[in-house]
Design a protein around this ligand. Structure first.
Ligand code: G3H
Ligand code: 13P
Ligand code: ZN
Length: 346
């Protein structure tokens, strides 16, 4: 890999600029999304099949898209490999007939300055610094440090205020604390962040609400979750008119996938997500990035379990990863067209 502009001291660390990889940052994308009343899908990927499905869905619907890489994904797949996969994704998108792909490579839940810097240096066009578990002033100091570094290279920065409940490999919190609207002006000004992830009742994973937080549909027996705190979102937007807002933990946990998993030997009792109507409503506001990971995991698992159950003699990974890829492509297209409304925007 070559180094950029060796004469400029500020740039001696960076190995490659995302611009050379054909990626874009989130700035214009978010401004257009807020104006147009839609949201950009931010899909996590850890492997080739997920990436193929995301790019196929985005190319076929001409939707801008954010490819998200978590710390866990980096550990699983290898950071360099993931970066080259994203570079390959841009070329694959063009092969699929998408002339000017609008693709962001984003670090999801960066938990240190060093991790964010490493991603900037490696060619990411956007990073998240998640200092939401830190005391307020420490969150500001860390987020500002990341923004100051990233902005030298025109890499955009997402910071987070408020805590999401939920448990995942690298993202854990027992309880959620909604974002306090009275803090958002001070936080965004002092950090210089380009977008703000907020907490209004979403959470990570496939169990977003405990049964005691929900009611039950008497006909189906399914859990009906409580609504998101749109009043908190409104108050935040009032404080920061037109500022890009991000929703994490926005999988809907489609019950058809949960049923398929359970039917073919899995065990996901009472898995529940965010109803899609609520995400559709949020997409029309200043919420311009919606994070979806668990739904893709569910689709993948459902498809693989089905093949294993129906064809126990199958041992060619292409025969079960292929159907998983098809189901994920269908899922991503559905989210783009029917939930976020980002189709035709790139
Ligand atoms: O918000 C977290 C994402 O779903 C990534 O999860 O840390 O298990 O890769 P992960
Ligand atoms: P889900 O677990 O709801 O898919 O959330 C993903 C996410 O927020 C990634 O940062
Ligand atoms: Zn998240």
């Amino acid at each position: 890999m070559r180094r950029l502009n060796k004469t400029n001291l500020k740039r001696t660390n960076i190995m490659v600029s995302y611009k050379e990889l054909g990626l874009v940052n989130t700035r214009d994308m978010f401004a257009k999304a807020i104006k147009g009343g839609y949201a950009i899908p931010a899909f996590n990927f850890n492997n080739m099949e997920q990436l193929q499905a995301i790019i196929k869905a985005a190319a076929e619907t001409k939707s801008p898209v954010i490819l998200q890489v978590s710390k866990g994904a980096r550990n699983y797949a290898n950071p360099t490999l993931l970066r080259y996969m994203a570079q390959g994704a841009v070329e694959y998108a063009k092969e699929l007939g998408w002339e000017k792909p609008q693709i962001v490579l984003h670090l999801d839940h960066g938990d240190s300055f060093e991790l964010c810097k490493d991603c900037v240096d490696l060619g990411f066009s956007s990073v998240m610094i998640d200092g939401s578990a830190l005391p307020y002033e420490e969150n500001i100091a860390l987020s500002k440090k990341v923004a100051d570094y990233a902005h030298q290279y025109d890499v955009t920065v997402e910071a987070e205020l408020g805590v999401l409940a939920g448990v995942e490999d690298e993202v854990q919190a027992e309880e959620s604390h909604y974002t306090r609207p009275e803090e958002v002006i001070d936080f965004s000004k002092r950090t210089g962040c380009d977008s703000l992830a907020i907490s209004i009742g979403t959470s990570h994973g496939a169990y977003k609400f405990k049964p005691e937080q929900c009611t039950r549909d008497p006909k189906t027996g399914r859990l009906v979750p409580p609504p998101l705190a749109f009043d908190v979102l409104d108050a935040i937007m009032e404080q920061l008119p037109g500022f890009p807002i991000v929703l994490h933990g926005s999988s809907s946990v489609p019950q058809e996938y949960v049923d398929m998993i359970n039917q073919y030997g899995g065990k996901l009792p009472d898995a529940v997500g965010i109803p899609e109507e609520q995400l559709r409503k949020a997409s029309k506001s200043a919420v311009c990035k919606i994070n979806i990971d668990s739904d893709s995991r569910l689709a993948f698992t459902a498809a693989v379990r089905k093949v294993f159950a129906e064809k126990p003699g199958e041992f060619d990974p292409r025969k079960y990863c292929g159907p998983a890829r098809d189901l994920m492509t269908e899922l991503y297209k559905h989210k783009i067209i029917n939930v976020l409304g980002s189709d035709g925007k790139a």
